[in-house]
Write a protein that binds this ligand. Structure first.
Ligand SMILES: *[C@@H]1O[C@H](CO)[C@@H](O)[C@H](O)[C@H]1NC(C)=O
Length: 273
């Protein structure tokens, strides 16, 4: 159990308890009454999440705990998103201008390892704290982490002014070679061409990799193509995918000095409409 997360949740659970005498059964992912959780997600991403055909209503909260201004006076590109359903409770923070620090406690060891790849190769600071119904399987937790991460990414990017927008990287890991191309277009799309030879990596089901990227693409408003150029070992293939994804995303999020703060679109908008 992650202490900071427990503290945040206990505040919400207290609010919930005041609103209702219904038992929360003491579990952090116990359902909260909708009234107890402020719905602060933007209308556009709210619509996107409903369009994403969620299994059940989710309370998604953007936590404005981070300073809006970075040390150098620029707007900090940091967002924290908390996502709560009857199945999971997830909190994700991403700082796009980080140094590669990662704190990931997802209950899914292989996914923690992948979050490390995302942070260290993307030079993002990433915090993921999740409690989910992993006694069933990792499906809900995997999906909800990716949905929250995508929402946080979109919020940290703001209006997407001045960024490169496109990113492209090919990463090897021994025999595996993975090509990732992405566009922070505001248009969610995934084409995933991974061929994973085993059903699991450790306890992690390999079919969850595509689902992770689909969920992330949906809420971040990213067009994402993943191609496997070579690879025989599932662990190598997936790790190379996250490395390539991290490097491609890092470039796409970074400032293009020649843009001079304008939006890299002839249409003038990159956010999800
Ligand atoms: C992603 O969005 C598409 C199109 O709205 C939807 O069909 C799909 O179920 C969504 N997938 C996830 C994992 O959210």
């Amino acid at each position: 159990m992650v202490v900071a997360f427990a503290a945040t949740l206990s505040l919400q659970l207290q609010a919930s308890a005041q609103a209702s005498s219904a038992s929360t059964s003491g579990r952090p992912w116990a359902p909260l009454r909708p009234a107890a959780v402020r719905q602060q997600v933007s209308p556009a991403s709210g619509r996107r999440q409903r369009a994403a055909g969620r299994r059940m209503s989710a309370a998604v909260q953007a936590v404005a705990a981070e300073p809006a201004v970075a040390a150098n006076g620029a707007t900090a590109r940091v967002a924290t998103v908390q996502r709560q359903t009857k199945e999971t409770s997830v909190k994700v923070t991403i700082n796009l201008d980080g140094t590669g620090k990662c704190h990931s406690k997802t209950q899914i060891p292989f996914l923690d390892h992948m979050m490390d790849q995302l942070a260290s190769h993307g030079l993002f600071d990433v915090t993921v704290e999740a409690e989910g119904d992993t006694w069933i399987d990792d499906h809900h937790t995997n999906e909800d982490i990716a949905l929250a991460l995508g929402t946080a990414l979109s919020q940290a990017l703001g209006d997407r002014k001045g960024i490169h927008r496109f990113g492209d990287f090919t990463a090897p890991l021994d025999e595996a070679l993975i090509h990732v191309v992405l566009d922070l277009s505001g248009r969610p799309h995934l084409s995933c061409g991974l061929e994973l030879p085993t059903e699991r990596i450790g306890s992690y089901e390999t079919q969850l990799v595509e689902h992770f990227f689909q969920s992330l693409a949906n809420t971040s408003g990213m067009t994402l193509h993943i191609r496997q150029l070579a690879g025989k070992n599932s662990h190598h293939i997936v790790e190379a995918t996250f490395k390539a994804f991290a490097r491609a995303l890092r470039h796409a999020c970074e400032t293009d000095p020649r843009r001079a703060g304008t939006i890299a679109s002839s249409k003038g908008v990159l956010t999800q409409q």
